[in-house]
Ligand binder design. Structure first.
Ligand code: MG
Length: 372
């Protein structure tokens, strides 16, 4: 079933702390389950994807976004003969390092760190979560995930310069990640570029006319749907068109990646790793469509005046709390005060804030900042 260029679980480089095999689950299935049982995973439920204010309870949060990425990744991995268990584990863990308040929170946390000559990166943070912060097992710190899952956490969306990150040397930074990891960044794009249109439309921040005008690929499918279901309600025609857009992106990623693998004569995982560039990719036509959709979302949703207030709040809350704890480190929880003896105070505060949900950081803000 598995292609020669897939990651085969029996060839995994294994865990930091060797463990006996499990009777029913292979190592990647166990990693998937460990991610699902992690506290940081459960907190994704209360972290912003795009909307901090609850327009309605059926909008995506980071957890439901993660599930969508996982479901799309499994389909694509299966169609390409890749390791579905590994792709699933990587999809489920891909956003685990995100701070509260989505990208605004990430930006604010990074800005606060840069004042101390440091920075915040959600992939590096995710690795720290699974290696160190999660404490569930008596035998080791962290989740003791296999090499391939840790490597995918670091390399799925970003190429790190080995010179700038000597601490990551074990992750083969001069090689491409396996296809299972390469997929995740692309399925993430498919998921949010379609889901954010859906939520934006439901929130009445984007109109149907606006979407049809601004996103040609959507318009093409909408016209097709109008032919087939002329009398259907607008929302259902919208759903049908969006479903077709999503299918087009998924289908393109599968067929184009398959074509690239054939063209490159890819046979083994080493071929994937040593290829000059990533082999998982959209065709240029779909790449352009995704870009149009992304630009549309930036202009009309992410940077819209409707969401500007939420973004300002996010920056203020993260920035002021960070400063407060820099000035009053004794008010940090005891275990973070202990950590600050070994690590720099800004890093410890950053770790604390990054782990928070939207609700919890608002509570902290109320307690420490808003009355001053
Ligand atoms: Mg994501």
């Amino acid at each position: 079933m598995l292609a020669g260029y897939a990651v085969h679980v029996e060839h995994s480089r294994g865990r930091r702390f060797p463990e006996p095999p499990h009777p029913y689950r292979n190592d990647f299935q166990r990693d998937r389950d460990r991610v699902i049982h992690a506290r940081a995973f459960r907190r994704l439920e209360a972290k912003t994807q795009v909307f901090t204010r609850r327009y309605s309870d059926h909008f995506r949060n980071r957890l439901t976004h993660t599930l969508e990425v996982s479901q799309v990744s499994r389909t694509i991995a299966g169609a390409l003969g890749l390791n579905v268990d590994l792709a699933e584990a990587l999809a489920l863990v891909h956003d685990i390092g995100h701070p509260p308040f989505g990208h605004a929170g990430e930006k604010a946390l990074d800005a606060a760190m840069r004042e101390h000559g440091l920075f915040f990166d959600h992939n590096l943070h995710a690795l720290r979560i699974v290696e160190d912060f999660e404490q569930r097992y008596a035998a080791f710190r962290g989740l003791n995930l296999t090499f391939e899952v840790r490597e995918g956490i670091i390399k799925h969306s970003h190429d790190y310069d080995p010179k700038e990150h000597p601490g990551l040397a074990e992750y083969l930074l001069d090689q491409r990640p396996p296809l299972e990891a390469q997929l995740i960044d692309l399925t993430d794009e498919i998921a949010y570029n379609t889901a954010d249109l859906d939520d934006g439309y439901e929130a009445h921040l984007l109109s149907l006319e606006q979407i049809r005008e601004g996103i040609p690929v959507f318009e093409r499918f909408y016209r097709e749907v109008e032919q087939i279901y002329p009398d259907a309600p607008h929302k259902l025609k919208f759903n049908e068109a969006l479903k077709r857009v999503l299918n087009r992106f998924v289908d393109d990623l599968i067929t184009n990646t398959r074509a690239r693998l054939n063209q490159a004569g890819t046979r083994t995982l080493d071929d994937v790793r040593n290829h000059a560039e990533r082999l998982a990719a959209f065709s240029p036509a779909v790449e352009a469509e995704l870009k149009e959709s992304k630009n549309f979302l930036y202009e009309n949703l992410y940077f819209s005046s409707a969401l500007a207030g939420e973004k300002d709040d996010a920056e203020r809350v993260v920035g002021e709390l960070f400063t407060f704890w820099m000035d009053h480190p004794k008010t940090l929880p005891h275990n973070y005060q202990e950590k600050a003896k070994e690590d720099s105070l800004p890093r410890v505060i950053c770790d604390y804030i990054a782990g928070m949900t939207d609700n919890f950081i608002f509570e902290q803000y109320e307690k420490h900042c808003s009355v001053r």
